[in-house]
Design a protein around this ligand. Structure first.
Ligand code: ATP
Length: 211
């Protein structure tokens, strides 16, 4: 069975990545939630745990061995070098884990898999993909959505946004853009990209298989 295409999907906080991924999943496309697996690896992968402990000290985990998220956030978000060092541990671990996951999807015969990650461009991990989808929405809409969803203040949402690249920079690297501003319908946009990716997969298959 041929390897499916590797497709990544990203966008700023509140752009609607997860919402869009649900639509792709409804079309039978396997979705890897990189933010979920990053948290899982920090908690469960012994190599990642050891590296995090070396970087941030024993307080990075509590007495029961659980990841001390608030302690780590307080350390790394006030020190860009420490944040970079933590990302240098976590992002490659997610890259390896998602690579293994992708290979496991081969047996299903799917034309492509989707990797959803907020920091796909910032981490540099987009470079190992066959295609990149960027979900975009106006800043004011994103702020409203996240305030409503997470019960955060506007300042808190803006602080999170500042740690991410702008939509303009991401769109410059995108193969496909989904506008999720609440006015443009999502389903036709997802369907168009799905058809294009299936065609790309089929065309590559034809090139490789002699008739
Ligand atoms: P994060 O980066 O914070 O994980 P995200 O990009 O995955 O966010 P979602 O969680 O999909 O974004 O969407 C943010 C919020 O906005 C959710 O509560 C979601 O239900 C809502 N939302 C997303 N798209 C739309 C839309 N087109 N119309 C109305 N609400 C939407």
């Amino acid at each position: 069975m041929r390897s499916p295409l590797r497709v990544g999907i990203t966008g700023g906080i509140g752009s609607g990545k997860t919402t869009v991924c649900r639509l792709f999943a409804a079309l039978g496309i396997p979705v890897y939630d990189a933010d979920y697996w990053a948290k899982w690896l920090v908690e469960h992968d012994p190599h990642v745990r050891e590296a995090v402990r070396t970087l941030l000290g024993d307080e990075a985990y509590d007495a029961e061995g659980r990841y001390n998220r608030s302690y780590v956030a307080q350390r790394v978000f006030s020190d860009p070098h420490l944040l970079h060092a933590l990302n240098t541990i976590v992002h490659p671990a997610v890259e390896r884990h998602s690579g293994n996951w992708h290979e496991q999807q081969r047996a299903s015969g799917c034309p492509y898999t989707l990797k959803e990650a907020a920091l796909l461009v910032e981490s540099g991990n987009y470079r190992s993909l066959d295609a990149l989808v960027v979900v975009t929405a106006p800043e004011a809409v994103r702020i409203q959505r996240v305030m409503q969803r997470d019960g955060l203040s506007e300042d808190a949402v803006r602080a999170r946004m500042q740690r991410q690249m702008s939509d303009v920079e991401k769109i410059a690297l995108a193969d496909y853009v989904i506008v999720n501003d609440g006015h443009h319908a999502l389903i036709p946009q997802v369907w168009k990209i799905h058809r294009a990716l299936v065609k790309r997969y089929e065309d590559q298959k034809m090139q490789r298989e002699p008739v």
